[in-house]
Design a protein around this ligand. Structure first.
Ligand SMILES: [Zn+2]
Length: 466
């Protein structure tokens, strides 16, 4: 048994002095002055204690064609996650053309077995045919209860036409599954890309001009409308504009179940990064792109108000040499940035530290809401008796500077390079095992566990208080 003693426990609804008693893989008790008995004691005096982070949107070893993959595999990427206080990730299964969803799951499971934190998988549905609904049911029956759809990337075989999208949403609704939507109007993006490239505007900074805010706002509105027709729960990934957040707010006010996610890069960076020299600017090519400086404050407000509910990283780093292979054409630069390691520190520093919301909201955004929406709560994302003993002992004041040279994630660049942050995961427990101590990930770690899931919950469950 382990007793985490003397810290300030933070959940989404309360915080206060409490000890946490761990028995094997689960939390046995949370309360004042718990008896240590023969337990190993972890002193959390002066520290915060909260449930392990849940990052519901990452792409480890993502194949993007030409033999290229994102630079973190499941082992290196989840080691980085643990170092930053995230104990559960949800990655994606992406079928190749013609591949049945269940087969695609089997293939991805082989890669995901290298994970060092606990993990689950969303299943991307990239085409709609006679067998798709049955394949989706087989996935849900096997514990994969969330699906991903793309309103962009038709040219890569990922995007769905609206009718096919509606088919997926109806099938998901019948299965009580949530659908994650990548919402950008792909046809409009393709048109703008062709026009920019055709007139010689090919530098990395034109990436942002090929995906203006309107392509997101339009697609979010369309996805909400189609999800409304289907009666399907919708989770909009990487919301990057105030317009999209407002569309989500309107739908929620009208009673529709729509959830919105924001990524740290859209919160702490802006499109000024594209004005840097070409080589540097290429590091910020991601979709949706960084937005003008007027947008991030509005995203922060939406997170504080509850319109937007989760912060996930869309972790998808690429090595500098892979990014710079096709510098001369922004449409050929791999899309994506890393962040799984830095999510909690960024949210703590620029959210709580900047006075935008309190520690309970921080825990809701980074731990509880992702678990709840994705069907992992209260096993994950909760610090209460019976939950998995995934526990972060957080030093709220520890300062450091983010730099690629010292980060754990496998990438030789970092979009947060030079940013000063506060807060560090000092000790991390994964199902009762100490996986991080004094801020360092243990050398030898047991494999993480695959999490099979039921349907998620749209509303917070009542939570016991002390
Ligand atoms: Zn993504």
């Amino acid at each position: 048994m382990i007793l985490v003693r003397g810290g300030t426990v933070v959940t989404s609804r309360w915080s206060g002095r409490a000890d946490v008693l761990v028995d094997g893989e689960t939390i046995r008790a949370v309360g004042l002055d718990l008896a240590a008995g023969g337990s190993r004691v972890i002193d959390a005096t002066g520290r915060l204690v909260f449930a392990g982070g849940v990052d519901p949107h990452v792409h480890m070893a993502l194949p993007i064609g030409g033999g290229l993959r994102s630079s973190d595999d499941f082992s290196t990427g989840t080691r980085a996650a643990l170092s930053g206080g995230t104990t559960t990730i949800i990655d994606f299964v992406t079928p190749v053309p013609g591949e049945a969803l269940e087969r695609a799951v089997e293939h991805r499971l082989v890669e995901a077995a290298g994970s060092l934190c606990d993990y689950a998988l969303h299943v991307s549905v990239v085409s709609w045919g006679d067998r798709t609904a049955d394949e989706m049911k087989a996935c849900v029956d096997a514990g994969y209860s969330s699906f991903k759809v793309y309103l962009a990337y038709k040219e890569r075989g990922l995007g769905l036409a609206d009718g096919d999208l509606l088919g997926v949403l109806e099938a998901a609704s019948a299965l009580d599954a949530v659908v994650l939507g990548h919402c950008e109007n792909g046809d409009a993006v393709s048109h703008l890309q062709r026009r920019l490239v055709g007139r010689g505007d090919r530098a990395p900074r034109f990436h942002a001009l090929s995906r203006p805010p309107e392509v997101e706002v339009e697609a979010v509105g369309r996805a909400i409308a189609l999800a409304g027709i289907a009666g399907c729960r919708l989770y909009v990934v990487h919301v990057s504009t105030a317009g999209a957040a407002q569309a989500i707010a309107r739908a929620r006010a009208a009673g529709q179940e729509v959830h919105g996610e924001v990524c740290p890069h859209h919160l702490v960076l802006d499109s000024g990064c594209y004005e840097r020299p070409e080589r540097e600017a290429a590091a910020f090519v991601m979709s949706p792109p960084l937005r003008p400086a007027s947008e991030p404050p509005q995203l922060w407000n939406a997170l504080a108000r509850g319109t937007l509910e989760t912060v996930a990283t869309d972790h998808c780093p690429f090595l500098r040499r892979d990014r710079e292979r096709d510098l001369a054409d922004f449409t050929r630069i791999p899309n994506g940035v890393g962040g799984v390691e830095h999510r909690l520190a960024l949210l703590w520093t620029f959210g709580v530290g900047a006075g935008r919301f309190d520690a309970s909201r921080f825990v809701a955004l980074a731990c509880e809401a992702p678990a709840r929406i994705m069907g992992l709560y209260p096993r994950k994302g909760a610090l209460e008796p019976g939950s998995d003993a995934d526990i972060v002992v957080w030093d709220p004041d520890r300062e450091r500077t983010i730099t690629a040279a010292t980060q754990v994630q496998r990438c030789d660049t970092c979009v947060y390079e030079g940013l000063r942050v506060r807060g560090r995961a000092e000790t991390v427990l994964l199902r009762g095992r100490v996986v991080v101590s004094r801020g360092e990930v243990e050398r030898d770690l047991a494999p993480g566990r695959l999490l099979r899931r039921g349907p998620g919950q749209s509303r917070p469950a009542p939570q016991a208080t002390l």
